[in-house]
Design a protein. Sequence first.
Length: 207
Amino acid sequence: MERLLVLARHGQSEWNLKNLFTGWKDPGLTALGVEEARAAGRRLKARDVRFDIAFTSALGRAQATCALILEELGQPGLETVADAALNERDYGDLSGLNKDDARARWGEEQVHVWRRSYDVPPPGGESLKDTVARVLPYTMREILPRVMRGERVLVAAHGNSLRALVMVLDGLTTATIPGLELATGVPLVYRLKDDTTVATKEILDRD
Ligand SMILES: O=C(O)[C@@H](CO)OP(=O)(O)O
């Protein structure tokens, strides 16, 4: 039985382009972001990947990416569940600030800790640990059972909500998670074993 789980970070957003902390803010995709999402769909199609259901967040950039991938696969209108549990990590008071301005104000190191550490939240926002605490229960309840039943599942979400999932799937630790960066529009194709651990992982970063 195929136990397929594909994770895709949304394509470039308007605020990725402007270098702004985004979190739960809801900017749309740029033209490049739309093309990245379409390319993700084409790469999946070229490898004969098709889905039985898709999951996405409550934010437009992930939903648009999900729809574009499904369109490229010839599966527009596939059942898609949108849930805030898969939203980007909440950046709190940093949301909307320019990342370089933040570095100038609080220092390179502090900003890196807020962006990539496991358990230090930005002011008023969520740490990655907080994000894991909402992404993981949702995934275990709503997504994993479907994968284990043989449904082929797409999850189109965000840099940090997917880092939370990849941390668990790849067995990363609090020491190694800061080094994990997920590129926009690059699907991660996981196939799981019958004990839910990872059999194979493929990063579709080229055609
Ligand atoms: O701004 C954000 O919400 C995220 C993703 O774009 O940024 P970072 O890479 O700093 O976690």
